[in-house]
Write a protein that binds this ligand. Structure first.
Ligand SMILES: *[C@@H]1O[C@H](CO)[C@@H](O)[C@H](O)[C@H]1NC(C)=O
Ligand SMILES: *[C@@H]1O[C@H](CO)[C@@H](O)[C@H](O)[C@H]1NC(C)=O
Length: 590
């Protein structure tokens, strides 16, 4: 029996690059049971759930492609759920909570099918169904945004857009713009059935209402991350009386998103990156392998590595692949690291120390683990899941359709880059994605784009981290102004919403308790609360709870902190840790 690791790597994110990676080991032997396959599932007006994956159910819901002409073509939304542990007939049962993991482009099915689904259920409680979906345009839903005729064509072209720093060479900005121009042309040319223009956030908000109604309910309970906060805010502004509960977590300023303006998304990015040097100095040489007595010395050592890599990329024969460690690869890893500092900073420090010695192996392995994965053809299996990389096309479809027209010219693109660069030095890794819209087909802009002001039928709970590289706290506060009665809960940590709140490296019992109280009892936290997290970026080697006994692993909860927890909390941390470890295991099945 052949075991193949099948990884869904969901790159991207609202304006960024992170992977929410779920890999499943699939067996292709004769002992296979009748396997679930999406293409065998019928799309229907009613939710008819079929067993799929492990302990999950899936369905396809038929919705109008164009809500202005509902009797014409339809779209099909792929749904997944993790069922409540209590019976739907029990009085304890609280119904579905819809989840959107961000992007745009990230697949909700992938997000819920693995350990993330279990983690969310653990945080929220046993009496909800955890439900998510691939929004229209994305992966298993139709229409699907697909600009390449074959997987091989996609694999050859996509990395050229995704993997290059705009500061890698003198013509890098111009090359990114030129590649983006081609991408927009392809998108228009390959919109064979004319459905591309209907892939936008307004329509997905309408789809969510259909999903709620198909559950026999009137109002939405929702938890959206990152771009999922744009989707949530859009829904709340369009249907303010349809809110039962709504958490928006890792908040994008929807006004800027729809304006096509990314500048305020990076407001906290440099703070997040600077925390690497600060934490390293504070941790000392025994805990941080790239230690120097001052942050200035650390920065200048990094500059020296940049200079060296620009002149002489380092050849590496890695465990499973090979390639060059160059300036762009280092920038990519740094960009990933600020998303998940509790996981990646402790690995980045020794990788940088090796680079300073001219050895690129550790950095190469980091990139292989967390960056874009090499192309793996699944071409002969017609029941195969659609390729992960489609998520990237979903990103462009939604963003380019949603936003005000992005100007086509190179000068405007260059000027926009300069504007973002003025906010953060990490602009070189974000702006290439925006280039995908410069030659986008010229559809009329009639979609809902605000204002985001409403008296919702239940107040929103709004979450932000103190230094999130792409969804700054200022955006959480800004969006809160428009939604009457909403409360901002701050979590005091560096890094991107997703890793830090729900999952992997850093649980915050404080945040989890507020989330649960909100969904279960409708209790909003007092305004102004700041939750701490239960972990350190550079932990003492012997001070962590670690199910695998490896310093590289998750859950760096100091022993002293663990000792303070109640038995119940300790159990929750333990269980989260276990699940988190399995998420990480799945991230790199080497
Ligand atoms: C480009 O990289 C160099 C390091 O090689 C750095 O000094 C410079 O500040 C960077 N410029 C931008 C615009 O990021
Ligand atoms: C919300 O309610 C307040 C008080 O009733 C009212 O003044 C305001 O105009 C309402 N806002 C919206 C957007 O409906």
């Amino acid at each position: 029996m052949i075991q193949t690791a099948v990884c869904s790597i969901l790159l991207l994110v609202w304006a960024g690059v992170v992977q929410v990676s779920e890999c499943a080991t699939r067996s292709s032997g004769s002992e296979d049971k009748v396997r679930f396959a999406w293409n065998k599932l019928l799309s229907s007006d009613e939710l008819s759930w079929t067993k799929c994956y492990e302990n999950r159910e899936c369905a396809k819901l038929k919705v109008p492609l164009d809500y202005a002409n509902p009797e014409k073509a339809s779209a099909s939304i792929a749904l997944i759920r993790l069922r409540s542990k209590v019976s739907p007939h029990s009085s304890a049962y609280r119904g579905p909570i819809l989840i959107n993991p961000g992007g745009p482009g990230v697949s909700g099915v992938d997000f819920i099918r693995g350990a993330y689904g279990d983690i969310l259920a653990l945080i929220l409680g046993p009496n909800f169904d955890i439900v998510s979906f691939d929004p229209r345009g994305i992966r298993r839903s139709t229409p699907v945004a697909s600009f390449f005729d074959t997987a091989a064509e996609r694999a050859l072209w996509l990395p050229s857009i995704r993997k290059y720093s705009l500061n890698a060479s003198a013509n890098a900005v111009a090359a990114a713009w030129a590649r983006g121009t081609i991408l927009g042309q392809l998108a228009g040319e390959r919109d064979y059935d004319g459905s591309l223009r209907f892939i936008n956030t307004e329509n997905t908000a309408r789809d969510m209402l259909q999903i709620v109604e198909a559950h026999g309910r009137e109002k939405l309970s929702y938890w959206g991350f990152s771009y999922g906060t744009v989707l949530g805010a859009t829904f709340a502004a369009m249907f303010p009386d349809k809110i039962e509960r709504m958490v928006i977590d890792g908040v994008v300023n929807s006004n800027s998103f729809y304006a096509g303006d990314w500048t305020d998304s990076l407001l906290d990015a440099d703070t997040a990156w600077q925390s690497f040097a600060e934490d390293c100095v504070a941790a000392g040489p025994s805990r941080c392998a790239f230690y120097a007595p001052t942050t200035a010395e650390i920065s200048s050592s990094i500059q020296a590595i940049y200079t060296r890599l620009r002149q002489r990329p380092i050849p590496v024969r890695g465990k499973t692949s090979y390639g060059l460690v160059d300036f762009s690869m280092l920038r990519e890893v740094i960009f990933l690291a600020v998303y998940a500092p509790y996981i990646i900073f402790p690995q980045l420090a020794p990788a940088l120390a090796s680079l300073a010695e001219g050895d690129g192996t550790a950095l190469f392995e980091l990139d292989a683990r967390y960056g874009l994965h090499p192309f793996e053809c699944n071409c002969d299996n017609e029941d195969a899941e659609p390729p992960d990389e489609l998520s990237q096309e979903g990103f462009w479809a939604v963003f380019c359709n949603d936003a005000e027209r992005i100007p086509a010219g190179y000068d405007e693109f260059f000027k926009d880059y300069q504007g973002i660069l003025a906010v953060s030095e990490l602009a070189d890794m974000i702006e290439p994605l925006r280039a995908g819209c410069v030659a986008w087909p010229d559809y009329p802009k009639t979609n809902f784009r605000g204002p985001f002001v409403a008296n919702t039928s239940f107040p929103l709970l709004i979450l932000g981290n103190t230094a999130d590289p792409v969804t700054p706290l200022a955006s959480a506060k800004k969006m809160s102004e428009g939604f009457a009665g909403s409360v901002v809960l701050t979590q005091n940590c560096v890094g991107y919403y997703l890793q830090q709140h729900t999952t992997i490296s850093v649980p915050s019992l404080c945040t989890h308790k507020h989330l649960r109280a909100y969904f279960q009892d409708g209790k909003l936290p007092e305004p102004g609360i700041v939750c701490e997290v239960e972990a350190e970026v550079f932990p003492l080697p012997d001070s962590e709870l670690d199910h695998r006994g490896s310093a590289q692993r998750v859950m760096r909860v100091p022993k002293a902190r663990l000792a303070q927890l109640s038995a119940e909390d300790r159990q929750l941390v333990d269980r989260l840790s276990e699940l988190a470890t399995s998420v990480l295991d799945l991230m790199h099945p080497l």
